[in-house]
Write a protein that binds this ligand. Sequence first.
Ligand code: GLN
Length: 474
Amino acid sequence: MKTFTSLQQIQPLLINGDLSLEELVTSYLSKIEFSKTNSFIEVFGEEALLKAKEVSSKIKHGSQGLLAGMVIGIKDNLCYKNHKSSGASKILENFESIFSATAIERLINEDAIIIGRLNCDEFAMGSSNEKSIYGPTLNPHNHSKVPGGSSGGSAAAVSEGLCLASLGSDTGGSIRQPASFCGVIGVKPSYGRISRYGLFAYASSFDQIGAFTHSIDDAALMISIMSGQDEFDSTTSKRNPPSKGPVFPKSKLSIAVPKDYLNFQGLDTEIKEKFFLDIEKLKTLGHKINYVDFPFIKHIVPNYYVLTTAEACSNLARYDGAHFGFRSSESKDIESTYLSTRTKGFGIEVKRRIMLGNFVLSAGYYDAYFSKAQKVRRLIKNNTKDILENNDFILTPTTPKTAFNLGEINDPIDMYLQDIFTVHANLTGMPAISVPLKRHSNKMPYGYQIMTNNFEEDLMFNTAKYLTEHLKQS
Ligand code: GLN
């Protein structure tokens, strides 16, 4: 079967009867079966086929939802009623959710088909998808490379055509970085756009659910459908959802390029050179480029790790061997249950973060680390707001480098620095998208990141379309 890259290609064929949804689902299932990337942890084959049948009959009666024909994979940190979900962690072994995440429910209400759950770093902590109890996901463009993380399975599955779209979560770049590494679109909406109900909490003031697609229209449609207030998440915004597809082409853009990003010594020289060529191109197209100061660049990753580990150690306290999933066989009393279950159930990176989080929150260090980091976050927000007062968006490469080799980065700090260009949007709560525009001479894809002011998703999607038309390397 032909490989489809957008719902716009699929829906007319389904409606005029030139394509059968059951056959489409069958073809995804067989691709998944033969895939070698380890993107899927579990496939909901029978169920997906049943749902395909149901949606087909709705199509015949003209009563189908907006996502009829969209086959979606979900990251393994989202709750889906009566299905397993583990956060790729041993501690949630055999845990089955009794409710669905609001985001998933809204997609299903529009007739999306959920085809399976996707690999990721344990509890969404990582940048390479190597920290999963299911083993690493491989980058579909080169199996010796990582797909990025933590939503590596979500990015790889869409890139490889194992599903049309997928859901991920982004706390510091977990959607945009793997999207860049795998050559697909990855969107993190504004904080508060999409309900976090049913998403495993990592760092609650940073976490957002978002989407991976090949088409900007599909991404805009999914975000719009998932958006909006939810009584189960008090941080969701009352604003109207963004539009269902990019609407207006803005003719003259004012583009902020933070000099400090481009001076980051870890930035690959080829990525940097091509980026400057593209800046020149945008100038000749009549847009205004403003090189802006963002002096916080060296504080941004430490700031992120102080705050997110603090939130994580509290959020992960619920995995205690009493409530969900795994309980160690060495549990004798309450103390040994906690100790042994958490020692055996969590992987090394998760434990590192729980310890770091407890440290920055401890009585003697709270003011020096946590409280100070909150103040720095405010300064970062203010500085970024100022930049976006005078500019439509901030443009940067999404990642300093293309996908690295499996096993290449072992030092946690080096791994943390992979997020240097993406954590900014989470610290400020702003929406950001990675658009797959480029291919490196090493043959790996990479993306550019567009970050707009809070709740300016429409402008972000429009710009993504515009840049795709003008800067996409064939
Ligand atoms: N790589 C970052 C981290 O490990 C981001 C993860 C995420 O966005 N979930 O925290």
